[in-house]
Design a protein around this ligand. Sequence first.
Ligand SMILES: [Zn+2]
Length: 135
Amino acid sequence: MTKKEWIDAKLKIVKELEILTDEEVIIQEHLINDNYLVPHDNLIFLCSRQNFNSRINSLLHEAGHVIIFHLSDRDFTDSQKGITNEYKIDFLQQEILAWNYGYELSNSLDLDIDYDLFNKHARKHLLEYIRWVEL
Ligand SMILES: [Zn+2]
């Protein structure tokens, strides 16, 4: 993925999320090695040290979290009750869902994604969470 393709894909994703949520979506690229969503602000942080192929995968995953936050009516256990097994399992389910919504989003927007890399990326992150759940 070239820089231009990354910028085009990023704009398409933001536009689609804004249509879905009816709110402004902001993407902030930073040098910190972490990607995450600040849900109530629709603010996605992405690590700019990633190449564009990895960055688009991270963005699709965080976009999946935006979709879950705004559009899912499932009631996931929150961390206010402590890091219980229920919380961990719900957290893991949300991570799996976010990758899935990200995948569907890329398909519906007809983005040119390296799906081998996307799946590798998803498996690596899910494995980290599975190990955390098992602790
Ligand atoms: Zn996630």
